[in-house]
Each structure stands twice: as structure tokens, then as C-alpha cells.
Design a protein around this ligand. Structure first.
Ligand SMILES: [Zn+2]
Length: 58
């Protein structure tokens, strides 16, 4: 039986397996264009203004 405090599902905000946090950058995997990540707008929902490829988190 696992103790409480390690709820599953949403427990990956900070200190998770990735270094993602608020802020940071989005990067285009196609051409390398970077821009500041906007909170509330996932990088993958944005498109690179240069080449139109979906952005990803840097
Ligand atoms: Zn691009």
C-alpha cells in the first residue's frame, strides 16, 4: 500500500521528469527558431513563424 502524498495524474508540475516549468522557450525543431514560451499557450499549439512547423519546448 502506498502512502498518500504522491498522487498520480497531475503530480508533474515542478520537479518532474522534465525540466519544464513556467517560462522557458519554444523551439522549432525544423529550423531552430526560438521564442519565449508563453504561459497558457503550449509550444506545440504554436507554429514557427519562419517555416510553419509546430513548435516544441526547448
Ligand atoms: Zn521553423
Amino acid at each position: 500500500m502506498q502512502g498518500p502524498g504522491r498522487g498520480r495524474g497531475r503530480g508533474r508540475g515542478l520537479g518532474g521528469g522534465y525540466g519544464y516549468g513556467p517560462g522557458g522557450e519554444c523551439v522549432c525543431p525544423n529550423c531552430g527558431y526560438r521564442e519565449p514560451h508563453q504561459v497558457g499557450t503550449p509550444c506545440y499549439s504554436k507554429k514557427c513563424p519562419k517555416c510553419g512547423a509546430p513548435m516544441t519546448r526547448a
